[in-house]
Write a protein that binds this ligand. Structure first.
Ligand SMILES: C[S@@+](CC[C@H](N)C(=O)[O-])C[C@H]1O[C@@H](n2cnc3c(N)ncnc32)[C@H](O)[C@@H]1O
Length: 275
């Protein structure tokens, strides 16, 4: 019996003394009292290998990051701190200088990306035009999947000293000419989560990705649309490589792309092959 299963059985034998105990244990396991735990328990979908950040990027543990106003984040709509830390560490580790974010929202992730970039780097961030109607998008999105923000888009960086590293673009990600935005080391996809949008954003992301670059999706494992698109994009037979790649990373290998999900987060990554 595996270690995890063995521990689970030993815990059940220790805690369960009656049918009532069993019912309470099952209920608590299904619906933990801590809302954060309940949220984490909803990250149940997807077939990508879940790897620790340190496994995907050996040596990343020595990377320092800066997080601005960590507890001013709207957790239901943005990255949690573990995810933000991982994304920023990846940016630093890969020495990325050109980042594209789809889905600006209040701009707190954009701001933190910019804060972790050198002066000559840039973040391009895209969101729907403020005056646009949520139902007038290039791809028809069912009402329940429309997520146009009600925030002032990018409000967190508008007055920031890091503003000079940020280019704000207003447009529908499915209607934009992505090639006019440039080429990118990292494309972070976190806009409309409706399946056809995620697919469209993903195809566009690969078109503007530098060789050796990374596409990063948010909400993998929790949102079924995102998860199905990423799983579908993963080339059959693609596995995390044991060979070292860029900076000793375990990610880029062979000719194709390598797909992994970062354990403990809703981040999925596709690493394109180096030139
Ligand atoms: C989950 S929020 C993004 C969160 C942000 N990346 C962060 O980490 O804080 C999704 C954003 O995508 C935007 N959005 C929705 N549909 C879009 C579309 N078709 N094109 C561009 N942005 C879109 C919404 O207005 C919203 O601000």
């Amino acid at each position: 019996m595996g270690t995890f299963a063995g521990r689970a059985v030993r815990k059940i034998l220790r805690d369960v003394k009656s049918p009532r105990d069993a019912a309470v244990l099952c209920w608590r396991a299904m619906v933990p009292p801590d809302p954060r735990l309940r949220e984490i328990r909803s990250r149940i979908w997807g077939n990508l290998p879940r790897v620790a950040l340190r496994e995907a990027f050996p040596g990343i543990e020595t990377v320092d990051i800066q997080i601005l106003e960590p507890y001013r984040r709207q957790l239901a709509s943005t990255l949690d701190l573990e995810e933000l830390s991982a994304l920023l560490a990846i940016v630093r580790y890969t020495n990325s200088k050109n980042i594209l974010e789809i889905g600006t929202y209040d701009g707190s992730t954009t701001l933190n990306l910019a804060a972790n970039l050198p002066e000559d780097a840039r973040v391009v961030t895209v969101d729907l035009p403020p005056q646009s109607a949520a139902d007038q998008t290039a791809i028809t999105v069912p009402t329940e999947h429309r997520n146009k923000t009600k925030h002032v888009i990018g409000e967190r960086f508008l007055q920031s000293p890091h503003r000079s590293k940020i280019r704000q673009v207003f447009g529908d990600s499915a209607a934009l000419d992505w090639t006019s935005l440039g080429l990118f080391d990292i494309v972070f996809i976190d806009g409309c989560h409706f399946q056809e949008y995620v697919l469209s954003d993903t195809r566009n992301a690969f078109a503007v990705l530098r060789p050796g670059g990374l596409v990063v999706w948010h909400d993998y494992g929790q949102n079924r649309h995102v998860t199905e698109v990423v799983d579908g994009m993963r080339s059959p037979g693609s596995k995390p490589s044991s060979q070292n790649g860029r900076n000793g990373s375990a990610l880029p290998s062979g000719n194709g792309r390598t797909y992994v999900a970062i354990s403990g987060t809703r981040l999925a990554l596709a690493a394109s092959a180096r030139p």
